[in-house]
Design a protein around this ligand. Structure first.
Ligand SMILES: NC(=O)c1ccc[n+]([C@@H]2O[C@H](COP(=O)([O-])OP(=O)(O)OC[C@H]3O[C@@H](n4cnc5c(N)ncnc54)[C@H](O)[C@@H]3O)[C@@H](O)[C@H]2O)c1
Length: 264
């Protein structure tokens, strides 16, 4: 386990922290010494249970990340106790099959893209003014490669990666670190109903949290917990036509049940 990243004296905030990867990140940051950890989730009761398990320096807030006013208010409330040093914009949803319905697109874009934008608008100006801070977006390997079974997830995660890149370009000189966490299959509630979604290299949420802290310690923008993702991305970039043909074959072989983040 990498102990290099120190959260510092400020507050760390993790969205989607009632379960899965967000809960593991909140716990890991607390273990790394965060003096105050805020677990934010629309499932306020779940976030409260997770905060209680972490300890007295952790607290929960029931917030829907799709609501920009609620995010703005949460940030203001949290900063009454001290500056936010790290914001992990992690909440996400996986909705729809194939091309999906209109409601799948609305839900996916609202949580997997717009919520990151609301958080960036609320948090980043404060970090930029102070000249310090970390802002992390949990996207997915599907945002670098593809989720062949679900267009709304694939496209919204690509957009999340693009937003993270844009923020990193814009704020690179401001003392603020932007990072983008892109796991493949992770054993959480999101993938519980569909084991085909996990692919072959399945990680536990705790391993993803460790990988995030390692990446932050090394100052990396793209944090890839799975060993093969970078090579898959390289292959995709090198020959897009070949990559699409490989993905098509994988999709056909699996009769529509190809691994969630398969790269061919
Ligand atoms: N599990 C995987 O295989 C996997 C792989 C790559 C990326 N991810 C991403 O990791 C992140 C965490 O996913 P997870 O696997 O831990 O899933 P999860 O379902 O266990 O956790 C997601 C959490 O987000 C919360 N959430 C959803 N919508 C919200 C909203 N509108 N407001 C506030 N909270 C909301 C849920 O209540 C839940 O606690 C997501 O962005 C997901 O897309 C997951």
């Amino acid at each position: 386990m990498q102990d290099g990243f120190k959260p510092g004296a400020g507050t760390v905030v993790v969205t989607g922290a009632a379960s899965g990867i967000g809960r593991a990140i909140a716990r890991r940051l607390s273990l790394a010494g965060a003096p105050r950890t805020v677990l934010l989730d629309r499932d306020g009761a779940g976030a409260a249970r997770a905060a209680e398990a972490i300890g007295p320096h952790a607290r929960a807030m029931g917030v829907d990340v799709r609501d920009p006013a609620a995010i703005e208010a949460a940030v203001a409330r949290i900063e009454e106790d001290g500056p936010i040093s790290l914001w992990c914009s992690n909440a996400g949803v996986h909705r729809g099959q194939g091309l999906g319905e209109a409601s799948d697109w609305d839900a996916s874009l609202a949580v997997n893209l717009h919520a990151h934008l609301h958080a960036a608008r609320a948090v980043l100006p404060r970090m930029v003014r102070r000249g310090t801070g970390h802002f992390v977006i949990t996207a997915s390997a599907a945002g670098l490669l593809a989720d062949p079974r679900c267009a709304p997830y694939s496209v919204s995660k690509h957009a999340a990666v693009a937003l993270a890149e844009w923020l990193a370009i814009a704020h690179g000189g401001d003392g603020v670190t932007i990072a983008c966490l892109c796991p493949e299959g992770v054993r959480t509630a999101m993938t519980a109903a569909d084991s085909a979604a996990l692919g072959t290299e399945v990680l536990e949420p705790e391993a993803v949290a460790d990988s995030l802290l390692e990446g932050l310690a090394e100052g990396r923008f793209l944090i890839l917990p799975h060993s093969r993702t970078a090579e898959y991305e390289r292959r995709r970039a090198t020959d897009r036509g070949r990559w699409i043909a490989g993905m098509r074959r994988a999709r056909q072989r699996a009769a529509g049940a190809a691994p969630l983040h398969a790269a061919g």
